[in-house]
Design a protein around this ligand. Structure first.
Ligand code: ZN
Ligand code: ZN
Length: 269
């Protein structure tokens, strides 16, 4: 099983590998720049080389990057929108330079202008993105908070159909649940497979939900401690088709115990 956490790149980006290994991860997710800023700082040659050397060993693989939070690919504000596309392109380039296979992006907010406009903006942004062959851009589903784009399977499918680029998806279990998809039920997982197709889902974000089904609130909880719960995750994992995907946890408190719990819950079938 490929299982890891979102880990910190503080001090030196390459230390993320050491942090992931210390927790017992064999895959990880990182930010390539300040998640709450626009600026993408130059990474020194020395750190890039150290990062690539650690990546080469394949002990932590795949490496997944997550876009910072400020870019909004749905934005109806021209300056934010063009800054967002520029940030996406720079981050994609950095992924390629650092041998990072996947880049996960949120789809942003249409700021009250309606989901059709938001979806069109996302499609247009993806079509403008310079995606090299060695990086796959993954669209992440959202919990469906006000004005957000990408909380329903239908919206995700529309975006895939609209773009000429080859993209994939990253599904977050907390966001699915909060958006009203009860992933503890086989028929819901079958619906996701039928509409979206698990073959295009390259990564799962594995998070429990602090709030109930359909709450539309994006608040992660540790695995087994939220509304999905141990039994819920055990049922989720009994859907074998998903088990070969890498799972990344973004839970409030990372621990080896949590990693072990997930392994148990996924192996109990
Ligand atoms: Zn995310
Ligand atoms: Zn979330």
């Amino acid at each position: 099983m490929r299982l890891g956490y979102h880990v910190s790149t503080a001090q030196r980006m390459d230390l993320a590998f050491d942090r992931a290994l210390a927790l017992g991860c064999n895959t990880m997710q990182i930010f390539l720049s300040n998640p709450r800023g626009w600026e993408i700082k130059e990474i020194s040659k020395e750190i890039k080389e150290a990062f690539l050397a650690k990546s080469e060993s394949k002990r932590v693989s795949p490496v997944i990057a997550h876009m910072p939070y400020l870019p909004n690919l749905s934005s109806t504000n021209n300056s934010t929108y063009s800054k967002s596309i520029e940030n996406l392109n720079k981050t994609l380039m950095l992924c390629s330079e650092l041998n990072v296979e996947y880049l996960v992006t949120h789809l942003g907010s249409h700021l009250g202008k309606g989901s059709d406009i938001g979806i069109n903006n996302v499609i247009n942004a993806i079509n403008k993105a310079e995606i090299s062959d060695d990086v796959t851009l993954l669209l992440e589903n959202t919990s469906g908070s006000k004005n957000s784009v990408g909380s329903t399977l239908e919206e995700l499918v529309k975006i895939r159909e609209g773009t000429e680029k080859k993209i994939g998806f990253c599904l977050d279990t907390c966001h699915l649940y909060a958006a009203g998809y009860d992933i503890t039920k086989k028929e819901v997982l079958e619906e996701i497979d039928k509409k979206l197709g698990f073959k295009d889902v390259h990564i799962f974000h594995l998070n429990d939900s602090k709030f109930q089904l359909g709450s539309h609130l994006d608040r992660h909880e540790n695995i087994g401690m939220g509304y999905i719960g141990r039994e819920g995750f055990s049922k989720f994992f009994s859907y074998r088709k998903i088990l070969d995907k890498p799972f990344i946890m973004e839970t409030p408190q990372e621990s080896k115990e949590e990693l072990l719990l997930v392994k148990q819950l996924s192996g109990n079938h």
